[in-house]
Design a protein around this ligand. Structure first.
Ligand code: ADP
Length: 485
């Protein structure tokens, strides 16, 4: 068990297939470690293509029964699942912090946010209306109805071990689909705990299957299967492209939520304190490990020095440490490789002439901890301006005018989130319309909510999660033409 866990039943070290908690065929397991301490928390099965195939079969077997329920009946079970998540929020947050590293306060916030997708889509499922279409000839009556796509595969990342799963399962289940989930190798325990609560909520066996283990083998089986009609993936652009290729063979529907390179633009006319608060929230949440984290700060000449000074003061106030400790708001990065990657980006920037105003190296705590950092003098020639940093590093560039900064902000293959601060209403419209991004925070650094459409353009992906649009990703439109003549 885990010290501090009130309900020991939430910690599972088996995968969930067709209502059974199972080990892998080979018996092989993989350790789940606490990035704050390096300590082993549990071991989970290393499953591959065979076990994944059985999970897909279980989802297919559960589909007719689940699909046949009314949306209200499914909603009742989803609401029960939602309520159990909130009742178990302390335990779910502890498991999340232990395997992922973020502070308990952030983890608790993620549990509430994660649960919100279940209740939201429980209700959206009840409102998945079709159309009666004005006809084109006297004998014809035309209808469009929405039906679940069928068996769905979901592959999720480690940065939001709870919410990235509920954001897919909420709409999928509400629509009447059944699912096979592959959680990230680093954070399977949060996923398995959700499986326990789904069982307790009365969601039938096989509706949710959770397969842990080898990403390429599991992903390969999911994408090759003609039974799986849809893949929903959140993760890197590199793997997203690979999965898209693999899905071509069976022409699967796809939702892809991939990498970003978010600009955060501060104009001279911005409210300085609001811009700094937004920057802190957008950049340092989850120690910089979100796909919507500010990645490139563009600060206009007139406000540049004042912004850097205030931002640096706020960054120096951050408290780094084990996410379970009171007051800590910066946990470790997910693993050693993440520290190496962030440090490489910082070294490259410093070598090419950037200044570290604060931070700039691995933290004295050692392990996976990195110093909250502010770099100035960033130029597009530096890797840090082109790649997703995924760490607690603000990289600040200067700019002079509005058209120039829009062009520079758009000069990337990515298009997920963008942020800007200004108090000029004309400029707000011009910049918001000019940014080639799926989401724009205007005088706001935190934009994620279950009620709004989350997703990207360009190589940041396709499809939207959350909002009234999110359920369409899991439904097909069927057109019916009835001859009444
Ligand atoms: P991140 O950088 O966020 O870890 P990844 O794209 O590597 O992004 O991982 C996101 C998810 O994709 C994880 O669950 C990971 O295990 C999975 N994944 C990685 N490689 C593959 C693959 N070849 N096929 C299927 N899933 C994969």
């Amino acid at each position: 068990g885990l010290p501090g866990l009130k309900d020991a039943g939430l910690l599972r070290d088996k995968a969930l297939i067709g209502g059974q908690w199972l080990g892998s065929d080979s018996g092989a397991t993989l350790p789940v470690t606490n990035p704050a301490t390096g300590g082993e928390l549990a071991r989970v099965p290393v499953m591959g293509a065979d076990e994944t195939g059985r999970a897909i079969d279980a989802a297919a077997a559960a589909l007719p029964g689940w699909r046949a329920l009314t949306a209200k009946e499914r909603a009742q079970k989803l609401w029960r699942w939602h309520d159990l998540m909130l009742e178990a929020a302390d335990d779910l947050a502890l498991i999340l912090t232990l395997e992922q590293g973020k502070s308990l306060a952030e983890a608790k916030g993620e549990i509430t946010y994660g649960a919100s997708f279940i209740s939201w889509f429980a209700e959206e499922g009840r409102r998945a209306y079709g159309d009666v279409i004005p006809t084109y000839k006297a004998q014809a009556r035309l209808f469009a109805i929405k039906q679940p796509v069928g068996v769905v595969a979901a592959i999720t990342p480690w940065n939001f071990p709870n919410a990235m799963i509920t954001r897919k399962l909420g709409p999928a289940l509400a629509a009447g689909c059944t699912v096979v989930v592959k959680p990230a190798e680093a954070t399977p325990l949060s996923a398995l705990a959700l499986g326990v609560l789904a069982e307790r909520a009365g969601i039938p066996a096989g509706v949710i299957n959770i397969v842990t283990g080898k990403a390429s083998a599991i992903g390969g089986a999911m994408t090759a299967s003609p039974i799986v009609r849809k893949l929903s993936f959140t993760g890197s652009t590199r793997i997203g492209k690979l999965l898209m290729e693999q899905c071509a063979g069976t022409v699967k529907r796809l939702s892809l939520e991939l990498g970003g390179n978010a600009p955060f633009i501060v104009f001279d006319d911005a409210d300085l304190d609001a811009a700094v608060a937004g920057a802190m929230a957008s950049k340092y949440r989850n120690s910089g490990q979100t796909c919507v984290c500010a990645n490139r700060f563009f600060v206009q000449d007139g406000i540049h020095d004042a912004f850097v000074e205030k931002l640096t003061a706020a960054v120096r106030d951050l408290k780094v440490g084990d996410g379970r400790e009171a007051g800590v708001n910066q946990g470790p990065l997910i693993n050693d490789a993440a520290v190496v990657k962030v440090d490489e980006l910082v070294r490259d920037a410093l070598d090419k002439g950037a200044d570290a105003v604060t931070g700039g190296k691995p933290h004295a705590l050692g392990g996976c901890f990195y110093e909250p950092t502010v770099l100035t003098g960033i130029t597009p020639a530096m890797d840090i301006a082109q790649e997703e940093i995924f760490g607690p590093v603000a990289a600040v560039q200067r700019f002079t005018d509005e058209a120039e900064v829009i062009a520079r902000a758009n000069d990337t293959p990515f298009g997920l989130a963008a942020y800007f601060y200004s108090r000029d209403v004309g400029r707000i419209w011009r910049v918001a319309e000019g940014l080639e991004y799926g989401m724009v925070g205007i005088n706001e650094g935190l934009i994620s909510t279950e009620v709004a459409p989350f997703g990207g353009v360009k190589e940041s992906g396709m499809g939207r999660e959350g909002s009234r649009y999110g359920i369409d990703e899991y439904m097909e439109i069927k057109y019916m033409n009835l001859n009444v003549g």
